[in-house]
Design a protein around this ligand. Structure first.
Ligand SMILES: [Zn+2]
Length: 500
């Protein structure tokens, strides 16, 4: 059995007709149908469960039946239990729960190698930003590059959080990943306030009922089209894009939609000093305080970043059991390490995300571990957090954020898991495989990825979409775009006086 999903799909992205094949409800439902195959049993393998005991079970078997983890135990017992299973030799492999990316903006892949090095908002001063040169189909193609990167680095779920996701949804769904499409809405008229210059030029907020209604309609549209599709692998969350761009009415509408449909919701919060200055000037409260004032915080709310939160905000976030989506790698790019230890102590669940450009959750866990160790500066430095803490954030924390029965390798959970090849110089020998992987390993140690019981990558080959064709198309588009960007800015980075 090569794949439990049947034929590979997705090669038609930029062919005439574009996203054709995904335009009707029934066609969508058939895009990625689960075919119930034989159970799979990994024998004599290592299973990093991710559970509260932080167990790494050695020389065990793990069985996947349908979309569920059916058994974990001694190999001979499990083989007797599943006589018709496809047996995979698990020696020199380790199974981990799949990583859950709680904050991604996938199409930002187009600005890789540019957006990471000039602060936020970007101060490189390019005449033209690469993302402004993308057509809708090309934007989708960039998102597909990010989705492929996600799979290859061990991610099984992505919360894609942006505005106007619907045109990309069908292609993203074909990857077989578990998705949350978080459709973002703003209703402030005058654009975002992220830089000191934008703050200086800002005025009293004016909100637009039209913008609000249009945004809520987008939420409704994508929810009707995609929520619970692909055997439940796809969810749709409502989202506010930015604290400083949201009226009280919008906050209430988004929270109301989430409660009505039993969903999570997300927002960017306390990500820049300009945002905080703006909130203080016009609302007389800080961002998290504003959200608390309008009853937006709570256990459904995934507040992204929390880079610059004060003690009162940390207490509010903890008291309301708000989830914090922490993007340590992007935060480090921006020269900041958010007060994660204090947020943990206050009672917040931490989940992890990549944010822009990069979609490697392995790097996120690694940078998160190291930056939090530096930040903590404990009496005995270098002991907290442990690799298990970061894995917990990336799996159990993420599962709580998306409210799905994944995130642990235990019987009864959905089978979202990744398979590592551990027989490599940088992992042999390794006493604690998780620690060895995070400190010495590479994302490409992930050789297979299973989502909902189905291989989407096996032995390093992507099974769900035609990777080669997609990469070739993206390469062409990327060259055209960067040629155009560089024709206007021959030297990148431009002269330092532009941004120092
Ligand atoms: Zn973001």
């Amino acid at each position: 059995m090569l794949t439990r999903s049947g034929v590979a799909v997705g090669a038609s992205l930029l062919l005439p007709g574009g996203l054709a094949g995904c335009s009707t409800e029934s066609e969508r439902a058939n895009d990625y149908k689960s075919v119930s195959g034989a159970p799979i049993v990994f024998t004599h393998t290592t299973v990093v469960t991710g559970d509260a005991n932080r167990a790494a079970l050695k020389d065990v078997a793990l069985a996947v039946k349908g979309n569920t983890i059916s058994a974990i135990g001694p190999t001979d017992e499990i083989l007797k239990q599943f006589p018709d299973a496809e047996v995979i030799d698990g020696k020199n492999k380790a199974l981990f729960p799949g990583l859950i990316n709680c904050h991604a903006h996938l199409s930002a892949a187009v600005a890789r190698g540019f957006n990471e090095d000039f602060g936020f908002p970007n101060r490189a001063g390019l005449e033209v930003h690469p993302s402004s040169l993308l057509s809708q189909e090309e934007r989708t193609l960039m998102s597909m590059m990010a989705a492929l990167h996600s799979i290859r680095s061990g991610t099984t779920t992505v919360i894609e959080y942006t505005s106007n996701i619907l045109p990309e949804a069908a292609e993203l769904a074909k990857t077989g990943l578990r998705w949350v499409f978080a459709e973002g809405v703003n209703d402030r008229i005058d654009g975002t306030v992220m830089s000191p210059e934008a703050f200086a030029a800002s005025s009293t907020p004016r909100f637009s009922e039209q913008l609000r209604n249009d945004g809520l309609q987008r939420v409704d549209d994508i929810f009707s089209a995609w929520h619970n599709k692909n055997d439940g692998r796809i969810q749709v969350f409502p989202a506010v894009l930015h604290t400083e761009n949201a009226s009280a009415e919008l906050l209430q509408a988004i929270r109301g939609f989430a409660e009505q449909h039993d969903l999570g919701y997300t927002i960017h919060m306390n990500q820049t000093h300009a945002e905080i200055n703006y909130m203080m000037k016009y609302h007389k409260v800080r961002p998290a305080e504003y959200l608390a004032q309008h009853d937006f915080l709570g256990p459904r709310c995934i507040a992204a970043h929390a880079r610059y939160v004060n003690d009162n905000e940390i207490a509010l976030l903890g008291k309301t059991k708000t989830l914090i989506s922490h993007q340590p790698a992007m935060a480090a790019n921006r020269g900041v390490s958010p007060p994660i230890p204090s947020l943990r102590d206050a009672g917040c669940t931490i989940c992890l995300g990549t944010d822009n450009n990069n979609n490697d959750m392995f790097a996120v866990m690694k940078v998160g571990m190291l930056t939090e160790r530096i930040l903590r500066n404990d009496e005995h430095p270098g002991m907290l957090p442990q690799p298990e803490d970061l894995l917990q954030d990336a799996t159990v924390g993420g599962a709580q954020a998306i409210n799905q029965p994944v995130g642990l390798l235990e019987v009864g959970r959905r089978a979202d898991l990744i398979v590592l090849n551990t027989k490599q110089p940088h992992l042999v020998p390794s006493g604690r495989i998780l620690s060895a992987w995070l400190h010495n390993g590479q994302p490409t140690d992930v050789e297979s990825v299973i989502v909902d019981g189905e291989f989407i990558m096996r032995d390093h080959k992507i099974l769900s979409v035609d990777e080669e064709t997609l990469v070739a198309e993206a390469q062409k588009v990327g060259k055209r775009i960067w040629d155009e960007v560089e024709s206007k800015n021959p030297v990148i980075p431009p002269g330092r006086t532009n941004w120092r």
